[in-house]
Design a protein around this ligand. Sequence first.
Ligand code: PRP
Length: 206
Amino acid sequence: MDHWINVALPKGRLGESVYSRFAKAGFPCPEILEPNRKLIFENEEAHVRYFWVKPSDVTVYVERGAADVGVAGKDIILEYDPDVYELLDLQEGKCRMCVAAPEGFSYEGIRTVRVATKFARIARNFYASEGRDIDIIHLNGSIEIAPILGLSDVIVDIVETGTTLRENHLSVIEEIVPITARLIANKSSFMFKKEAIDRIVEGMRK
Ligand code: PRP
């Protein structure tokens, strides 16, 4: 049986911060902190293997079992709806999923709202609950410029400090859901590697 624990970490600041919580929980791998461009790190003694992946890909690795556990934002979990267990709210990477629009915007007179976003499912569910007709314009980044260029009426995007919106003369018109990072687990790993995963959950709980 494979007693190693494979962990998918989101590349970036959040990933570095949550790594230190895994380390404290008994799964250290100091090599990960060395400045290099490696993507996979192992600690033979602790039987742990970490890999850095694009934040929006963490759920893919965990759902398919390439990783036993991983850390993903609630935004990614809501958008991709992966078949995984969500074990813990890590209370980090806090931000909000919002609808934003140019200052002074109103829905009045708009029959089909053009919504630019990376988060099509979240936007669809939100507007369905509001009973509004929408047309999704799927973009991969720099969402904020869509309403400025007349490509969309509003955007659905992540707001952290609000700086990006402010500097592009947009403001939040509706908050959809607060977002934080979550510890997720592959469903069969959760059965077969329960002991190690329980140790991770307990150690990472603040
Ligand atoms: C996110 C989001 C906003 C920005 C919000 O982008 O899409 O653009 O952060 O942060 P703020 O409220 O603190 O300004 P991210 O940097 O994740 O990259 P992206 O361009 O790929 O969306």
